[in-house]
Write a protein that binds this ligand. Sequence first.
Ligand code: SF4
Ligand code: SF4
Length: 472
Amino acid sequence: MLQTQRKSRKFKDWDFYNLNLSGSYYLLPFRFLQLNNSQELIVNEVGDYLIVPEGIVKKIVKKEINKDIDIDLYADLLSNFIISEDKVPPLFDILITRYRTKKSFLDYFTALHIFVITLRCDQTCHYCQVSSVVQDKNTFDMSKKHIDKSIEYMMKSPNPNLTMEFQGGESLLTFDNIVHAIEKTKIEALRFNKVVNYVVCTNLAKINDEMLSFFKENNVLISTSLDGPRFIHNQNRYRLNEDSYELTIKGIQKCREALGPDKVSALLTTSSLSINPYGYAILSSKCNKYEVSEFLKFYKKALLRIIDYNLQGHFFREDYATIILKKILTPFPVGFVDLQSPSGLISGVVVYNYDGKVYASDESRMLAEMGDFTFQLGDLDNDSYKEIFYGKKAHQISEFCVNEALAGCSECAFQTYCGVNPVSNWRTQGDFYGYRPTNEFCQRNMGIIKLLFELMESDKKIENIFRSWIHN
Ligand code: SF4
Ligand code: SF4
């Protein structure tokens, strides 16, 4: 068989790199990307960006930008910390403060504590990621002992602002346990001086007045799922002899009336069927998993439709785009665990499973439901807070949680806007590190971020719409 000769990856001689640079400025760290046929994107260390004509990056690197000729460009490069006239820029402290602000989500530790309060469910969604079971309360509901222990560990988090999120299965099947957990947490929060926000994830089929009044009293937010119009939702989220779409819509209305319009949110699982690579979905023969390219086509179509609504005068925001746009257009971080570096695993989110096992994220426990316990941090019966949150497994995972240190990401222009997901890397590519050129997480985010830049660049009106999303 004919073998292609492998090219040497050794460093070349000095002459190869000696560009004979004579310019009067210094280069600061920046990353760049060919945005389209005629434009390049340059991004600095804190996410400030410039869009310039093709060829400018080469000129910058060769120090061919002339202060007296390219007056505006030179000023832009200087003020955006892409070049500097001194070895250390005079406003370096500002850059440091900006960097610290971008990473300020790290100031505290785990904020989001997910309680898988039961694994039982009364619905059969075909992509269900939690192997729902309609049986044995004692085996599949979280015990009071484990609820109390999880609350004890949650209170040990140094973060003064916590979110306690109840997930299932269908969490309302064990409403009495939710009441117990919230009542207990209220007492402990006073003792430990914490502010706790409560979220209940539910399909809403079982919501009733007693539950709504308890949620109102305790300022509980409701998170549900709505997959689109009736024919899609009902196909995705099947209920025996019941119309799950009808139940969800009525449930949302009830929640809005009882709790307020902003207290209930509905998430879409893009389907026909799920694109999510976790959980039982990929084992299901009914599942027609999307390719990333198909997803991106769908996403673009949906986003353009949403932009159109906005152009007609209706405020309608796409949340994933908004998270990324906040990173692009503001100096602030966004507390979204899936799109940050270091990744939100453990330092941002942790999952207490119904059986007392503790996982690094929601996706991690979904893997465990399929028999893969790679991301189990420990269990409530045998491990201390320290062993779970700072133990060997936590260290092992954390090594792969920084995209600044991953091949592909380290030189990517989108690095500051993107994140890192070792669980997805493990699930789809077999190691924590991942291989960017064929990585789905990478392809999806790269496609979406590039699209947002292209749209902003194509029409000032779209940029204004995007800016309205981040400020509302
Ligand atoms: S409602 Fe949730 S837990 Fe129940 S089957 Fe559907 S996805 Fe699974
Ligand atoms: S995952 Fe891909 S898009 Fe995101 S920073 Fe890494 S290389 Fe860039």
